[in-house]
Design a protein around this ligand. Sequence first.
Ligand code: BES
Ligand code: ZN
Length: 461
Amino acid sequence: MTTPFVPADLDQWLAAHQQDALDELFAFLRIPSVSARSEHAGDCRAAAQWLADRLTHAGFTASIMDTPGHPVVLGEWRGAGPDAPTLLVYGHYDVQPAEPLELWTSPAFAPEIRDGRIYARGSVDDKGQLYLHVKALEAHLAVRGTLPVNVIVLAEGEEEVGSEHLEAFLEEHRERLRCDGVVISDSTMFAPGVPSILSSLRGLAYVQIDVRGASSDLHSGMYGGAVVNPAMALARILSTLHDEHGRVAIAGFYDAVQAWPDAVRAQMRTLPFDEEHFRAETGAPALGGETGYTVLERLWTRPTCEVNGLLSGYTGEGAKTVLPAVAMAKVSCRLVPDQDPKAVERLIAEHVARVTPPGVTATVTALHGGRPWRAELGGPLHDAGVVALEAAFGTTPVITGEGGSIPVVGDFERILGAPVLLMGFGLPGENAHAPDEWIAVENFRQGMRAAATLFDAYARG
Ligand code: BES
Ligand code: ZN
């Protein structure tokens, strides 16, 4: 087989418009569309409007569609006609909160290029990876006045808070969104210069545990030792979540876990992964986790239970002798096929009820969840993805797994009946959700070239 190439007409246009693409992405990144914070609801709408305007400029019909939460942006180009296939590009315009702000080298919403990287909240997750598709589509319509397939662009504003309203949106607009495949760039490549197609995502079950003791904070000398301390009770509850082998000790937790296919595990072992390099990049003194599994297996194929946040008592400057009345923990489990988020939430609640010491009450509230996903690799969309990535990067993509979650991926398959191709352009160490998030300028550029090639490759079959 000859090495695939990026069509020259599109490649020239993208090269000539590279600076425009960067300037526009910077404008997108300046909008602080933090979905988790109600005070940013206006910014989320502004980001949606900005994107709709860019889609219109590219030649799409764009609408902003309200949901009970942040709006969905829907772009449509159906010029290939009713008999041609339709591809749907999905992404999200919302971002994670930028705090702690003081740890950013340059402000989170003032994008800046340093050392070939674009630093800003949302640069890689997911505005940069979403916008590179918009530019690729614009290239087709600008150069050729047409696309070889019909295209729908669906961008939501609630991915970072669990895509709560998207499932209902897909159900409601099932006919309008009917498509032959879904393309998503919201993930990472295995290494620089190594294009990657994702074969799995973990799911999520996120809960909050509230422990209550006395009706108000108490003097720790006058009451300590006689009244149960909710912070200590919470620490005891949390300490029961794992056994000494790093396995989750919640009864029934592993019941639905399927063995990972041997072929996929074997393929995983061929990836050149350096555990020490991975450790060093995190800055942690040592790695941990479930015994009996490699780091990649722990990350991609095994479920977890983690504390994401803890709050209780006095945490200000100096000392305060107080016996807190409440303690709270945010806890989330990453899930693998066929664990069900709702079922896991129930198991956590039952577990907490069993281990809560006398003298306090504990409640477990479900926050959000998402199902795990594993791809059926192969088929025309997957094959087109391989061709497009090879054309852009000059090397065949590797198949990887992923520890993170994109809750809607399973819904696309289930509700729209369409296969999903996940080709991401982030890189290890990109600081998604953390200070100094970045995307490599080079990957933004190659991503546009790969995305532009994908539509031709898919139409050629
Ligand atoms: N882009 C990520 C998912 C992801 C993370 C893919 C790492 C590949 C590598 C996405 O925006 C995300 O952060 N998802 C959340 C989902 C949650 C809020 C339901 C996650 O994984 O925490
Ligand atoms: Zn994210």
